[in-house]
Write a protein that binds this ligand. Sequence first.
Ligand SMILES: [Zn+2]
Ligand SMILES: [Zn+2]
Length: 443
Amino acid sequence: MNGFMKRSMAVGVAVALVFASATTVLAQESATVDTDVHDSGHSVVTTSVPLASVVHDSATVTTGAGADIPANSSFDFLFFSGDNCGVNDGAQIGVTENVAVSGTSPQTRESSDTAALHAGDYSFKVYFNSGDETLVEDGEAVCEPVTVDKADPDVTTTIRDTADDSAVGANVPLGSDLYDEATVTGIETSGFEPTGDVTFTFYGDNTAGNSNTGDCTDATTDNLGGDVTLDGTSDPSTVDSANSTGALHAGDFAFDAFYEGDDDYNSATSPCEPVIVDPADTTTVTEVHNEAHDAITVLDLFGGDVHDEATVDTDGYDGFDLGPDLNDTNVVVTFTIYDNWTCDGNVVGSAEDVGISGTPPQVVESSDTTLSPGFYCYQAVYEGNTDYNTSTGDPEPFTVIPTITRGSCSFDLYPEEDGQQFRLIFTPIPTTLLYRLAASNPG
Ligand SMILES: [Zn+2]
Ligand SMILES: [Zn+2]
């Protein structure tokens, strides 16, 4: 039987059995072929090998009755895609490798290494071609499947600020506009660069007063603009989300990135990456006003009532509302009058809350108040909301001076002599604080 016919008959197992039984009649010695798939370190592969592994086959022929292996014998090593040596599916990869074998039984020979293998099922088939079939029959090994596993990629994310593309820390300022960057790292072997899509997810409700958890369990938005495809040219491979979040209210937010995988890589999701948007600090600057809204530090009761004016502003992001949010439906500036100049005395009357809303800066005023003569201090406190921190104005000392309606003046005129000094004596009734004595020279 020539080589061509042998190969044709060996394609299927059933045909090979017929061939074997037929040769038994000829009283040749048998040829048993055992094979092992080896990795590049010559370790036997039992089930599967990692992505990009290089393998080869090892074949051992053992003759019946210890007969010598005839001269001019050889192994044919065939390598297939698919797990059944080209039966049903798959096809031979490369060409058949013929390796000479001879000498005393048993003898082992190996095929060359394969190329680095992509994930999937493969199989080896080995034929023993006897150099003299009158002495030893041909033989073949069973088909040997080997599986190359997909690799698990590493997916990490970096949250960046659109302002300068810098990677952000755990906390960012109010109004930050963020995007996410995903890095997919495969086995870092040329020809095995990850391909496929990355899906970015942004977690959290971007509203004032949100109660987000920041642990990738909150509601998601599609703000980031959908899937982004790796270009498949590098490993690690980095892609940015198509869009950014827009200005963020204070709260806990989170990002993650899902890599869908490809023929060589399993899908993977990055760790959840939280970020906290901090509220902005505010300033409250105040002025005590008279009824005409003139700033005063001293008020004669002729001047009427007083009130306070507070300007609430921020040095941070000023695009959000200083006023009510989901957490607090009535955000106020509280105006308090104290009965001394340092705003740590007794509260005069009761503090007044004035609602505030709108973006910084905002100006609000207390109601006009009539005060009896004395030393006072106005102080205003902006209570803050989830986006803006509370702030307290500086103490504003001021004085209310009475109009003198009763009292008497006298001079100690005696003795009347040239060059004598005299005193002007004022006796107020009632004897309350801080009377103002005005004098004029009638000429
Ligand atoms: Zn080996
Ligand atoms: Zn005013």
